[in-house]
Design a protein around this ligand. Structure first.
Ligand code: FES
Length: 106
């Protein structure tokens, strides 16, 4: 499945992800700017914050309780589009997923 990352400068990066990989790990592997994944997906850094594009929000779903807490504490631009990339497993159903990395958090 493909994941498309759109930078705040409009720069688009399309990454071929492996099913089961997270939106964070696919980005780190491909060197996508704006996603660090400092804690390695342990739900403790928020450096994988992304905004999920509206057409995908229903399929991706909202953050879990701990994820929402971390977003609340850890980022300045927490919106209804916010998810932590390490908590979104990529599946075939999410092929073409478009997210915007939010590097402001760090
Ligand atoms: Fe640290 Fe997602 S990689 S919270």
């Amino acid at each position: 499945p493909k994941v498309v990352y759109i930078g705040s400068d409009g720069d688009q990066r399309s990454v071929d992800a492996n099913p089961g990989e997270s939106v964070m790990s696919a980005a780190v592997r491909a060197g996508v700017p704006g996603i660090v994944g400092e804690c390695g997906g342990q739900l403790s850094c928020a450096t994988c914050h992304v905004w999920v594009r509206e057409d995908f929000r229903e399929r991706v779903g909202g953050p879990g309780e701990m994820e929402a807490d971390l977003l609340d504490l850890g980022v300045t631009d927490f919106t209804e589009a916010s998810r932590l990339g390490c908590q979104i497993p990529i599946t075939e159903e999410l092929d073409g997923l478009v997210v915007e990395p939010r590097p402001e958090a760090w």
